[in-house]
Design a binder for this molecule. Structure first.
Ligand code: ADP
Length: 257
């Protein structure tokens, strides 16, 4: 079954910007899919259209065969979103944030409590559970956003630049966690600016530029298509900046002791 099936998606903002131009994308259930592209390419717009936050001006979106544009309520249950901008209620505690979210998704109280406890533990937030969210550090906010996205056990998890600005430990923790839940069956759509992250985690990757999908495939296939050694160089070739390839950076000879 397809977790996400986007066909000829168009989004023109009222100011005339064509953020998406006939975008088609299919993600199979269980896949770990990466969406990469430069700033302004249309990634957030695509995610917003998929999660009911923006209204497309054309095309269709199905999430597990439910129409996500006309009947988002049914599709919503299947989707968890960890947005790029932390949209947290700053007056709630960490625990309340998770509990209220699950309540919003209709989870019974007991299950909510168990799930909250489990995710607080998973994301090392247990000690912070009674703190107001506004007092959390940046890394802790990231953890909370991810835990919240997972609360209602979504079948499709959308991660919008989850590792932007996080420290090495949290980045690796997140990698381990998302890989684990993907292996357990959760479909994942990830946007990231870190090419090695996409290379490491994603089964398949699509490059988006100026509102259009311009290439798609495994990282090996993409590298092969652009006749380069890795995904980063394929990306650079695509955006016309091949000269930036790390292979052109000279290794400094070691100074003799
Ligand atoms: P990305 O997430 O890849 O950086 P976006 O989806 O945010 O790209 O933006 C795609 C294009 O749409 C950009 O040209 C951006 O300026 C424009 N855009 C995004 N949001 C709006 C909006 N609310 N109104 C008008 N234009 C927008």
């Amino acid at each position: 079954m397809k977790a996400l099936d986007i066909t000829d998606l168009e989004k023109r903002y009222p100011n005339g910007v064509e953020a998406l131009r006939s975008v088609s994308l299919e993600i199979e259930e269980g896949e770990f899919f990466g969406l990469l592209g430069p700033n302004g390419a249309g990634k957030s717009t695509l995610i917003h259209c998929t999660t009911g936050l923006a209204q497309p001006t054309g095309g269709s979106i199905e999430i597990f065969e439910n129409d996500a544009i006309g009947h988002y309520a049914e599709a919503r249950q299947a989707v968890g979103l960890a947005p790029q901008e932390p949209n947290i209620d700053w007056f709630l505690t960490v625990e309340e944030t998770l509990d209220y979210h699950a309540g919003y998704f209709g989870m019974p109280r007991r299950e909510r409590r168990e799930r909250t406890e489990e995710l607080l533990e998973t994301f090392s937030l247990t000690e912070k559970k009674d703190e107001r969210t506004r007092t959390l550090s940046g890394g802790m906010k990231r953890r909370l956003i991810l835990a919240r996205a997972m609360m209602h056990r979504p079948r499709l998890l959308i991660l919008d630049e989850p590792t932007a600005g996080v420290d090495v430990e949290l980045r690796l923790e997140l990698w381990h966690y998302v890989q684990k839940i993907n292996q357990e069956g959760t479909t994942i759509l990830l946007t990231t600016h870190y090419l090695e992250e996409a290379e490491q985690l994603c089964d398949r990757i699509a490059f988006i530029a100026e509102g259009q999908i311009v290439a798609e495939g495994t990282s090996e296939a993409l590298a092969e298509r652009f006749d380069v050694a890795n995904l980063e160089d394929a990306y650079l070739a695509l955006v016309g900046r091949g000269e930036l390839s790390r292979s052109h950076i000279e290794v400094t000879p070691e100074v003799e002791a």
